[in-house]
Design a protein around this ligand. Structure first.
Ligand SMILES: [Zn+2]
Length: 194
């Protein structure tokens, strides 16, 4: 699939009309006046699997899509925020629970099939529980708690959530933070297999 990427007709940096250019073998919108190229529209989300002994932290969605469905906590990554920082923040905001990332255990990818939708990628972490008191963020979470795997299966639960909960109990660790590699950019982090 290739398309002359929307949504911009005019350059969002300098307001000059964009032109179609072939860049990296793809037709893309490019500004002939400044260096702006429309690389596409992406959104990045994170989710966290938090075990407390034999029980897993779940939240019930308070809004659509999926209102009433139980999932692992998570949300969207802010521009300029690392994925590890984002998942700690989202879990704390939604549930009142303090956590620390251990590893990346799954990635769900969903390219857009319409120009009005973003290419949506969701990275799922295994987290370690540090403490805190359960407190639901009322705008996003209608209920929450720690549940055993057997209890999870009796809830109206997202199948992705159930899959990653079960996978998180296996021996495989996933991608872990590697701080020994020199990376370009002071805010860069690297997760890799060990
Ligand atoms: Zn421009």
């Amino acid at each position: 699939m290739s398309l002359y990427t929307a949504p911009f007709v005019y350059c969002p940096m300098c307001a000059h009309p964009l032109q179609e250019s072939i860049i990296d073998h793809q037709p893309r919108s490019k500004c002939p006046q400044c260096s702006y190229v429309d690389w596409g529209s992406y959104s990045l989300g994170v989710g966290g699997v938090v075990w407390n002994g034999e029980k897993i932290l779940l939240v019930q969605r308070a809004y659509n899509p999926g209102k009433g469905v139980w999932t692992i906590p998570g949300g969207y990554v802010n521009q300029g925020e690392s994925i590890g920082t984002a998942i700690v923040r989202e879990i704390l905001e939604e549930t009142g629970i303090h956590t620390k990332p251990l590893s990346i255990i799954a990635v769900r990818d969903r390219p857009s099939d319409s120009p009005s939708q973003k290419h949506d990628t969701y990275i799922i972490f295994q987290m370690s529980l540090l403490g805190g008191i359960l407190h639901a963020q009322p705008e996003e979470v209608s209920n929450l708690g720690f549940f055993s795997l057997a209890e999870c299966k009796n809830l109206q639960i997202a199948s992705l959530t159930l899959s990653v909960i079960e996978a998180s109990r296996t021996f495989s660790q996933g991608l872990v933070l590697n701080t020994t590699v020199n990376l370009i950019g002071t805010s860069s982090t690297l997760y890799q297999i060990k």
